[in-house]
Design a protein around this ligand. Structure first.
Ligand code: HEC
Length: 127
């Protein structure tokens, strides 16, 4: 009988390669583990670490020094503080509403919750 003999060291290697491939598709995040969205942390929201980036990524393209859609320039930190009420009213509109911001549709709810929490917590731009 012609059985192919695989040296023990090679078979151990094959097993660890197979193991690595099988496990590479496994993401150990809360959503997959529990089937519920990861909670949104709105305690002590930071402008510099969170809010600034959300507005830069979602709003600044259309609301900046050279192109201020709707006559609204959101380039500076102070303009964001100053316009917080209209910002919150527009980002809180439901999908399909013609006035929702960004125009492509509402942001993920956690972004909206964080911006609302930032207002509640006093609109600091330094923390
Ligand atoms: C793709 C371009 C675009 C993006 C991105 C965008 N906007 Fe706008 N925005 C507009 C346009 C165009 C108008 C004017 C028309 C209107 O009022 O709906 C406007 C109007 C507004 C107004 C009303 C201004 C006023 O005083 O009448 C607010 C507030 C606003 N945007 C906030 C935001 C915020 C906050 C974001 C990000 C979450 C955002 N926008 C993202 C294009 C954009």
């Amino acid at each position: 009988m012609n059985t192919i003999r695989i040296p023990r060291s090679l078979s151990l290697l094959l097993i660890s390669v197979a193991n690595a491939i099988l496990h590479s598709c496994y993401y150990d995040n809360e959503q997959n583990l529990y089937g519920v969205p990861a909670p949104c942390d709105t305690l002590n929201v930071s402008y510099t670490a969170e809010i600034k980036g959300i507005i830069n990524e979602n709003c600044k393209n259309c609301h900046n020094n050279t192109s201020a859609s709707g006559n609204l320039n959101l380039e500076s930190d102070s303009s964001r503080v100053h316009n917080i009420d209209s910002i919150i009213s527009r980002i809180s509109l439901p999908a399909g509403n013609l006035k929702v911001m960004p125009t492509s549709g509402p942001m993920p709810s956690c972004n909206i919750q964080k911006i609302k929490a930032w207002r509640k917590q006093g609109l600091s731009i330094t923390n």
